[in-house]
Write a protein that binds this ligand. Structure first.
Ligand SMILES: [Cu+2]
Length: 120
């Protein structure tokens, strides 16, 4: 297998995996935008994700490190604490505010990130 075809196969596998994880309601063509956020030794990467105002958006968190206090994430205004199992994408659906930011953080509020509204 060439490097190129391996890459295509990998991409295809990723697409298949992400399709399967989508709930039926999100499979319409006007589904919410998805922003991938990794948890690494540096914290949330990227720590700031830009979104249009007032739109639903899916934050897809994937924890990639074993040792981190961000083994869960709290999103401001969301009473549910979202556990982040290692190497498992977890979708958190939020609605972007009309302006400003929507903060998220680890349960101890040590590692921070934010959804940043960018006017269109
Ligand atoms: Cu923490």
């Amino acid at each position: 297998m060439t490097k190129r075809s391996m890459r295509s196969a990998l991409l295809l596998a990723l697409v298949l995996v992400s399709c399967r994880k989508q709930p039926p309601a999100a499979s319409t063509k006007s589904g919410p935008a998805v922003r991938e956020i990794s948890v690494t030794s540096k914290g949330f990467e990227p720590a700031r994700v830009e979104v249009p105002p007032g739109q639903p958006v899916v934050l897809r968190f994937t924890r990639k490190v074993k040792e981190t206090c961000a083994d869960a994430v709290d999103v401001k205004g969301d009473p549910v604490r979202h556990m982040l199992p290692l190497d498992t994408p977890v979708d958190v659906r939020v609605k972007a505010p009309d302006s400003g930011e929507l903060a998220f953080a680890c349960p101890m509020q040590m590692i921070h990130g934010a959804v940043v509204v960018v006017p269109q």
